[in-house]
Ligand binder design. Sequence first.
Ligand SMILES: [Zn+2]
Ligand SMILES: [Zn+2]
Length: 107
Amino acid sequence: MQPGGDAQLVEPDGFLLECPHCRQELRVAKKYAGANVECKLCRGHFHLDPDHPSTRLRGFFAECPHCLEELRAHSRFRLARVACKLCGGRIQFVAAPSRRSPTMSPN
Ligand SMILES: [Zn+2]
Ligand SMILES: [Zn+2]
């Protein structure tokens, strides 16, 4: 028996972070990781890098593969195994591919 064999792998659908300009919480889809984004509240622009230490990442959100409800988790659970609060299903969070693959560059 493999430990964790029953856990579903889940990538974050997006991030919850604090706008560096107005300090309000923003939801940003993961496709904007690495991009310059505009805060819809204060119109401030900033570079979204979830891994940068200056980013005020509060957490992330993802869809539970068991009950299909949206889960919000603190950023420290980004690569953790957890149980869904709603259905108890086991989940293993994995990192979303936030950058282009650096190894696939044809001449
Ligand atoms: Zn803002
Ligand atoms: Zn669930």
